[in-house]
Design a protein around this ligand. Sequence first.
Ligand SMILES: Cc1ncc(COP(=O)(O)O)c(C=O)c1O
Length: 390
Amino acid sequence: MIQLASRVTQVTPSLTLAITAKAKEMKAQGIDVCSFSSGEPDFDTPQHIKEAAASALAQGKTKYGPVAGEPGLRQAIAKKLNHDNRLNYNAENIIVTNGGKHSLYNLMVALIETGDEVIIPAPYWLSYPEMVKLAEGIPVIVDTTSETDYKITPEQLRQAITPKTKLFVLNSPSNPTGTVYNPDEIKALAQVIVDHDLWVVSDEIYEKILYDGVEHISIGSLGEKIFQRTLISNGFAKSYSMTGWRMGYLAGPEPLIKAISTVQSHSTSNVCTFAQYGAIAALESPDSPPCLQTMLDAFTQRRQVILERIRAIPQLSCPTPMGAFYVFIDISQTGLNSLEFCDGLLEKQQVAAIPGKAFGADNCIRLSYATDLESIEKGMDRIETFVNQL
Ligand SMILES: Cc1ncc(COP(=O)(O)O)c(C=O)c1O
């Protein structure tokens, strides 16, 4: 029998990817599946971004490049962080990675020592605890509830800190809950982080997907002390519909970025060279904001429809998501746990949803509304039938 490394055997595979794959497989067999599982916009990558990458490809940008990224892209990212997020970074503070997931993974490997504790509010994006475990750290999960809109309070954060705490993971707007912290809440968390001399990684991948006029605020913009303790993880997947491009980045103090470059130089080398030119166009082209707006208009309409449908089912409830493209539904009143609910729903009604257990909340399920209105209506009809037949 093969003796796998314990760091690997402790880790669970991504349930989101598994369920999405299962739904795709059922569709390929001709089964009429309604899928709410996917964490990706259902829009194609904007044409101008594709053209920029295609042109770079035609020009022979097909060789190895600098490990930390093409200089033009690192500069464009630094400019974006200064302009959009009021974060004072230079190109040297940026490393381009194979997606936001990879930037977070690299960070854990470079920062976390065996036994270091990393505080993660639940519900959480399912990869955070697994990445911490892969780096031989200890994920410390702090449960939040819908009463606080799934936000960790400064008191909760303070109570979770021990001498071994190294890092706090902040994700606003959040996957899976869609919650967005307001400036006062971020400021209060920043104070705790500064007081206890921790690091914070701010995963800002959904920063541009916001509703009802709420604003995204980057924790590192709140003053020099917190800026010195902040790492920013972001990527192109969600805002520019570039999931398959695998294009992300991490920003932080130069010594850390250098250390991550070293890790990357022995693992993945540079990110696909010509794809990086597509990312430059995403950040710099005047054609990008209108494409984002089209996507946001569609998400806004779908959010309204899906919320109305959920609220018409007495056994289901959920807060209004203020960002990202997910609804996180409390199913406690159905008497089922999240795996029973999602298994039954897929089997009996051919609707794919993600069990909240994967996000640390077994009383909830996640639906993604990054799918067309017709599928939302059809899927919600089926969910209603499923719940009524319980
Ligand atoms: C909260 C969060 N962070 C990071 C990522 C990583 O995105 P990618 O690796 O596709 O850039 C995702 C993707 O689903 C996410 O939901």
